[in-house]
Design a protein around this ligand. Structure first.
Ligand code: GLP
Length: 243
C-alpha cells in the first residue's frame, strides 16, 4: 500500500484529484469506479474545476458507482444518484449514459444484483476505483460480517453506518435500512484503488486497515491483498499509525 500523507482535507482532495486526472489524461476512455460520502466531495470539486478549465476531458469516460440505498428514487436528495449528479456529473462533460449506479428502486433484489454485475462485466476491468472509508471499516456498503462477498448484493446497514449517515437525513426513521453494493470481489478486481481518508475520527480504523489483520471484521483490510492501492490521507487520519 502506498500512503500519501497530506496536510489537510484540501490537500488530500487536490492530490487524489491529481491521481484521477492523470488516469483520465493517460487513458481517456478509462472506467472509473466512483464513491459517495463527504470524503470524495473535495476531489470532485477539483476535477470539476480542471474539467471546466479544459484540462480533463470526461467525454469518453465511463463510470460505475459502488452503491445505492434501497428505496430511494433518483430525485431524492439523499440518494446516491442525486449525490453524484449534483456533486460531479452535472458539472462535467460526461455522457450521463456512461454513468452507472445501482437502481435503488428495483424491488427484485436478485434481478438488480445480476443486472449490476453484468454491467460491471460489460465495462471490462475498472481502471481506477475511488473509495472512502466507513467509520466501521466498510468500503462501498460492505459492512463488517463473516464473509467477503464477491459480487453485488443487498446489504442490511450496520447501526454505526445508519448513525454516521443520519446527518444527511431529516430523521433516523427516514434512513433506508438496506442498500445495494458492489461486492469486495468487484472492488478488488479494479486495476488500481485510491482510498481517501480524512480526520482523526477515522485514525483508529485506518490503522486497522493498514496495520491490522486482514479480516471481514474490518472489510477495508482486504485492500492489503491488492497490489496497487494508494491511500491519500491527512495527518489526522494517519495519526495513529505505528510508523
Ligand atoms: C457511505 C458510503 C461509503 C463511504 C462512507 C464514508 O457509507 N457508502 O462509500 O465511503 O459513507 O463516508 P464519509 O466519506 O462521509 O465519511
Amino acid at each position: 500500500m502506498k500512503i500519501i500523507r497530506t496536510r489537510d482535507y484540501a490537500d488530500m482532495s487536490r492530490k487524489s484529484a491529481n491521481i484521477i486526472s492523470a488516469q483520465v489524461i493517460l487513458q481517456p476512455d478509462s472506467v472509473l469506479g466512483l464513491a459517495t460520502g463527504s470524503s470524495p466531495v473535495g476531489t470532485y470539486e477539483k476535477l470539476i474545476d480542471w474539467c471546466n478549465k479544459g484540462d480533463i476531458d470526461f467525454s469518453k469516460v465511463r463510470t460505475v458507482n459502488l452503491d445505492e440505498y434501497v428505496g430511494l428514487p433518483k430525485n431524492n436528495p439523499c440518494s446516491y444518484y442525486y449525490f453524484m449528479y449534483e456533486n460531479l456529473f452535472k458539472h462535467i462533460n460526461i455522457d450521463l449514459a456512461n454513468t452507472n449506479i445501482p437502481n435503488g428502486m428495483e424491488p427484485d433484489i436478485a434481478k438488480e444484483c445480476l443486472r449490476y454485475d453484468s454491467l460491471i462485466a460489460s465495462l471490462g476491468q475498472i481502471d481506477l476505483q475511488l473509495l472512502g472509508l466507513g467509520i466501521n471499516g466498510h468500503i462501498g456498503f460492505n459492512e463488517p460480517c463473516d464473509i467477503f462477498r464477491k459480487s453485488t448484493f443487498c446489504v442490511e446497514l450496520a447501526p454505526s453506518t445508519i448513525e454516521a449517515n443520519s446527518r444527511y437525513f431529516n430523521s433516523t426513521a427516514e434512513i433506508p435500512r438496506h442498500a445495494y453494493t458492489m461486492g469486495i470481489g468487484s472492488i478488488m478486481s479494479a486495476k488500481k484503488i485510491l482510498l481517501v481518508v480524512h480526520g482523526e475520527a477515522k485514525a483508529d480504523i485506518l490503522r486497522e486497515v493498514i496495520e491490522g489483520p486482514i479480516t471481514t471484521a474490518v472489510p477495508a483490510s482486504v485492500l492489503q491483498l491488492h497490489n496497487d492501492v494508494t491511500i491519500v490521507a491527512d495527518e489526522g487520519a494517519l495519526s495513529r499509525l505505528s510508523r
